[in-house]
Design a protein around this ligand. Sequence first.
Ligand code: ADP
Ligand code: MG
Length: 359
Amino acid sequence: MKIERFSWCNFRNLQKGEFVPDKNVNVIYGRNAQGKTNLLEGMWLFTGERSFRGSKDSELLHNGCSLGGIMLNFYAAGRSQAAEIKIAGGRRTVELNGIKKRSCTSLIGKFCSVVFSPEHLSLIYGGPAGRRNFMDAAICQIKPAYAGLFSEYSRSLAQRNALLKDIPSHAELMDTLDIWDERLVEAGMKIMRARSAYVEKIAPCAEKFYSGMCSGREKFLLKYEQNSPDFASALQKSRRQDMLAGHTCVGPHRDDIAIIISGLDARAYGSQGQKRSAVIALKLAEAEMLKKAIGEAPVIFLDDVLSELDSERQNYLLNRLDGFQVFLTCCGPDISRFPGCGAVFKVEGGRPEAVCNLP
Ligand SMILES: Nc1ncnc2c1ncn2[C@@H]1O[C@H](COP(=O)(O)OP(=O)(O)O)[C@@H](O)[C@H]1O
Ligand SMILES: [Mg+2]
């Protein structure tokens, strides 16, 4: 999977322009707030996922503009393809190879990539929702049908929760609860199986990357923590509690991933460097898994990753990325001197420019 060309119009601080990247490593450097992350975000949106910054669609348009868009030419599944995302009226619409799609999620699985940005550190120090989202988004790219399964679960959960709130005043609704329980268990069990299979596969790979980054000095362990392995019976047992709480207290929407470094829970005890390395290991493992599953290397976006790593870790990381098209951002041009570097762009005021002779 390679990006051949990316162009934009009124996307955040990128007003109108395009760039043609190298098929290996692309370094994008520039001072703060010039548009480096915006560039990565624009390309990332073609995965069909939401912005990795958690932004709303309306925030993506250049301030004060009512219309804008981004276009991506990429090579995937053995041919050159083109996708366009238009933003108007606070909404996104999408076309793939000239055909209008129902929604951006139709792009999932067509253009695949993995992103690491400083926000992803919350994967470790943040709550379990971020870790569930990591599993779910990663599985979606491998098995696009998982997105449908996931929304079915979420819908059933919302219905069941609404019902739980209504039952105290409408006892006759009690029978309906069985129906929602059944649907919830059916979708929930499938989600749990998919997550469990995913974590089982990704764990050895992430452990290998982590160990490589710290030269084997620390042991890294990843484990899927199921809230209720026997979901059907857990749901039965928790009925009374659920009615009191007014929501569903058990199920895969309460799952988590345990991240253990040298025997300690990194979520609570990890140092800054350990957390950063753990997220990078997770992300590289995600890329590796995606490559195996779809038979093509996904594009890797690394936003501000290298700046805080020592040179041993930087070297390890850069040498692991062989065969992937990579976009990495940093403040200065130093990284561009890395031998595998293909193209260098300097971004200023929302305009990237190819740099031939480094300062
Ligand atoms: N919708 C928008 N319209 C105009 N400018 C925006 C919009 N969203 C973000 N920006 C601007 O983009 C700049 C940040 O770009 P960013 O890519 O995060 O910078 P960096 O180069 O540090 O990664 C900021 O100056 C911010 O004000
Ligand atoms: Mg940035």
